[in-house]
Design a protein. Structure first.
Length: 228
């Protein structure tokens, strides 16, 4: 119960607050006449160019760190405003590590709001993410761990920091480095690590620490119109 309350507070802080910022940015030109006057012509031209770009460009990517653990993954990043974007990754693995005693099977996502300090979505960024993962893993030890009854996923939230740069002069290919720190509420079953191993216990834990590491290779898809 305590973990659920903590998670609820984090979700409100990380996701409802940014949504108010997006709403304010979207409605900026529909506020008072005084605020409309304060928007000069160059700002309006930048906004028009940005809106044209944002509706026609998407970044697709994959995380090489996850691949090194035999976790298949892909992500898409979409612009929300001039300095904000949303990143939506999907992770999936059904592999054993050479024997049934070693495995990391998972399916989940970690959607993230990002704030970019520079226009163009390169350079430094900070992010706020949610985590939802099912899991079934064993590391050649005495026990295997699985989300409770197979349908009680890990739930978490946290912060990300990262940096992205171009690999090619036209910006089609990029590389992105990121590190995340967060909280997760985990309810899991503990089994003897053998075929049809018996259930030992059901446990609940609250985790605080590094919850993602990324070295992503990024490709920009232009669906027409302006390039950036």
């Amino acid at each position: 119960m305590r973990g659920t309350k903590i998670l609820r507070c984090i979700v409100i802080l990380l996701f409802i607050w940014p949504s108010t910022i997006f709403a304010n940015e979207t409605n900026l030109e529909s506020t008072t006449p005084e605020k409309k006057i304060s928007l000069n012509q160059s700002q309006k031209r930048d906004t028009t160019a940005y809106n044209s770009f944002a509706t026609k460009t998407i970044l697709v990517k994959t995380n090489s760190v996850a691949w090194s653990m035999l976790v298949m993954n892909a992500a898409a990043e979409i612009d929300l405003s001039k300095n904000w974007s949303v990143n939506i990754p999907i992770y999936y693995s059904f592999f054993n590590y050479f024997s049934h005693r070693g495995k990391y099977r998972t399916f989940g996502t970690q959607p993230e709001f990002r704030y970019w300090f520079k226009d163009g979505k390169n350079g430094l960024f900070v992010g706020m993410h949610l985590s939802v993962f099912t899991f079934n893993y064993a590391l050649w030890g005495d026990y295997r761990y699985q989300d409770h009854n197979g349908h009680t996923p890990l739930l978490g939230a946290g912060l990300n920091w990262g940096y992205r740069k171009n690999l090619t002069s036209d910006g089609k290919w990029r590389v992105e480095f990121s590190l995340g720190f967060g909280y997760a509420h985990i309810k899991y079953d503990k089994y003897i690590n053998e075929y049809n191993g018996r259930l030992v216990s059901t446990e609940i834990k609250d985790f605080i620490g590094i919850d993602n590491v990324g070295v992503n290779f990024v490709y920009r898809l232009n669906l027409g119109g302006n390039k950036r």
